[in-house]
Unconditional design. Sequence first.
Length: 106
Amino acid sequence: MEMRYTSQQLEKIVDEATIYMCACPAQVAVQLRYLRELYRYQTRCQLDPGNDQAVHQTIAAATLEAHALMENCMEKVLTMEGWDPITLKMPEGLRRKRDDFLDRDE
């Protein structure tokens, strides 16, 4: 499975998004994690000779396609929102947006 984002990078995105209340990139990161776990599960199932290999190969192949699609989505979303591609820090503008939202509630 090709991965543009490491598990640590996905965690960073989730952390940044959680701190600054920007859930959308975090939701994509969580789905990428789930897809990776599903793929690992399917590859383990393929090792069992008692399992129908075609079923697990089909699920694994679809998972790879979905994973690639969601990684493309993540890259586009982070670019559109202006996240730093190296540090994966949320842009200051989105941080201010969250602060402005919280200030209104006071």
